[in-house]
Design a protein around this ligand. Sequence first.
Ligand SMILES: NC(=O)c1ccc[n+]([C@@H]2O[C@H](COP(=O)([O-])OP(=O)(O)OC[C@H]3O[C@@H](n4cnc5c(N)ncnc54)[C@H](OP(=O)(O)O)[C@@H]3O)[C@@H](O)[C@H]2O)c1
Length: 237
Amino acid sequence: MATSTWLITGSSRGLGLEIVRQLIRSPANLVIATCRNPAAATALQALRGDSKGPLHVVPLDVSDPDSIRSSVKTVEDILGDQGLDYLYNNAGISPGIEPAFDFEYSDLLETLKINIAAPALISQVYLPLVEKSNRKVIINVSSGLGSIGLDRGSVYSAYSVTKAGLNMLTYKQAKAKPDLIVITLAPGWTKTGEYMGGPNAVLEPYQSVEGQLKVVTGLTPQDSGKFFDYTGEILPW
Ligand SMILES: NC(=O)c1ccc[n+]([C@@H]2O[C@H](COP(=O)([O-])OP(=O)(O)OC[C@H]3O[C@@H](n4cnc5c(N)ncnc54)[C@H](OP(=O)(O)O)[C@@H]3O)[C@@H](O)[C@H]2O)c1
């Protein structure tokens, strides 16, 4: 039996793929890597041969409530008697750099759906499995752009609004369930997708994820409801 069980959303590429890559190095981890199209997730599928412990690839389109709900049964079958120690709400989108008076309404709605509504519903439907686990950790992957206190300026407005909302969701989840450890986590500016990190970012995915996993595996109940960055620093709301 694995020591720790993990579910990661958006693991086809970018930070999610790197989270899976680092977790599968330990035979103690049972990793459920989810993505919207497993057949097209070639980099993720290629990791199967490298895994020291169980690695399962499960379809989960976070924009689709039916996909979210139906994934639970598949995950329950994989876990058997075990709960889910770490629920990693990593999937996210950014529609672009537009300031607040310029973004497209439809882009904002889609970004709200993926970056807030999806992790909210995923956390709801996976709650029984998380509560059944030893660690009971939910990680909502946010961004420094979701902080008002960091004063990051006018751009990336739609994206920033959604990550600020995700931070509030985290606070509410932590207050509602004191038996859990729920955090919001900024991965740092990392070289991933075009409107996400992009090529000019300062961190390689492995650097962000090494930090993230150190933070996440070291969490204690006192950390619940807090906004961390990948180095373990507490960020201002
Ligand atoms: N990179 C940075 O500098 C940075 C900074 C701050 C915060 N973040 C946050 O870190 C997280 C990961 O971002 P990233 O940098 O790895 O971005 P990325 O390279 O653009 O990857 C995004 C991931 O989300 C997945 N995704 C998007 N829509 C989805 C859907 N409907 N269902 C399932 N998966 C979906 C993508 O899957 P597909 O391959 O199917 O599109 C992809 O695996 C996001 O929450 C992001 O906001 C990143």
